[in-house]
Ligand binder design. Structure first.
Ligand code: GLU
Length: 354
């Protein structure tokens, strides 16, 4: 009888160990690529507004988040450690290549990128165009440094890992998770210099929400991205120069001419209203276009699209309308598109599809 009982206990222990092993093995692998930003920032006290970005290592960030390792097996890599005002196309190319390598090696089920919020929309949108994977790639940051009272970084990081580890996040393009909201790289934009709720997705709205690691997805982005994108940065070491010029009342047009003289391959106008600008500036844009510089009319207005041939004749002037993209994302798209020579109508189609 005792032998039977012992055998039964042994069998139970073996079965429990096997199931624990299976659970441990099925925990998704998530790689965190750290670039710096406020999420890794530190100040001298918890209520000080001044601080230095990019002071804290990945390990310290992960250790500050209770329970995060229950969501996934996490590995970290430091790509850079800068405030995102110092983000560069060089670092973005490094990020894209690393993600493509991880995807090709099937090394993980998802990637999280810690990043400053100032230029997060540029990096997110760039990666959305050039990473060749459907696995979740999730950017995350914080508005308060790690040393602040009520730092927002730890919960943002927890939610970002939960989204990166979630099979339902696959095929939705590059995402950004902050303050419980999941945004598409295509739509998100920073709207407040200091508020915790700084990212919004005007017009198209959120991809979903993530609350304490529980995700709720509402939609798939409708533009092209990831494996459906025609763009590649394989072999690219730098991007062509594209300048942004801000339009306003009585603006001088010579900045547009100067940009052409300085060798810009593309110019994005942060236009007034529906991508408009004074006549002198339109004339300068037409001159630039005749010289082979691709000029895109975007807008300084926070929401709404810039349409073709609305208040100016794009066909005659040789201009491109940005449709959904704000100036900073237009610059990213144009820089990537101009990695190879393209006709104006081809660039216009690109702006309508991405
Ligand atoms: N300038 C910093 C950065 O973008 C602060 C913004 C932030 O991370 O929230 O890295």
């Amino acid at each position: 009888m005792n032998t039977y009982k012992n055998l039964r206990n042994l069998l139970t222990i073996v079965l429990m160990s096997v199931s624990m092993l299976v659970v441990a093995q099925t925990k998704p692998n998530v790689v965190i690529l750290a670039t710096g930003g406020t999420i890794a920032g530190a100040a001298a006290s918890g209520t000080q507004s001044g601080y230095t970005s990019g002071q804290v290592t990945i390990d310290a960030m992960v250790n500050a988040v209770p329970g995060i390792t229950n969501l996934a097996t996490i590995k970290g890599e430091q790509i850079s450690n800068v405030g995102s005002q110092d983000m560069s196309f060089e670092i973005m190319l490094k990020l894209a290549k690393r993600i493509n390598e991880l995807a090709a090696a099937k090394a993980c089920q998802g990637v999280v990128i810690t990043h400053g919020t100032d230029t997060m929309e540029e990096t997110a949108y760039f990666l959305n165009l050039v990473v060749k994977t459907d696995m979740p790639v999730v950017l995350v940051g914080s508005m308060r440094p790690s040393t602040a009272v009520s730092a927002d970084g730890p919960l943002n990081l927890y939610n970002a890992v939960a989204v990166a580890a979630d099979p339902n996040a696959k095929g939705r393009g590059v995402l950004l998770v902050m303050n419980d909201w999941i945004h598409s790289a295509q739509t998100l934009t920073k709207v407040s210099t200091t508020a915790v709720q700084t990212f919004m997705s005007p017009i198209r709205g959120l991809i979903g929400t993530s609350a304490y690691g529980t995700n709720d997805f509402y939609r798939y982005p409708d533009q092209k991205f990831g494996t459906k994108s025609e763009f590649s940065v394989d072999g690219a070491t730098k991007l062509p120069r594209v300048d942004i010029i801000y339009a306003d009342v009585d603006m001088p047009a010579d900045l547009i001419d100067a940009s052409v003289e300085r060798g810009a391959k593309g110019i994005v106008i942060a236009g007034v209203g529906n991508g408009n600008m004074p006549k002198v500036a339109l004339d300068a844009c037409a001159r630039a276009s005749k010289k082979g510089v691709v000029v895109v009319r975007s807008t300084r207005v926070a929401t709404g699209t810039v349409g073709r041939n609305v208040e100016c004749n794009d066909d005659e002037l040789g201009l491109v309308a940005s449709f959904n993209l704000n100036p900073q994302k237009s610059r990213v798209l144009l820089s990537v598109a101009l990695l190879k020579p393209r006709k104006l109508d081809e660039v216009q189609k690109i702006f309508m599809n991405y």
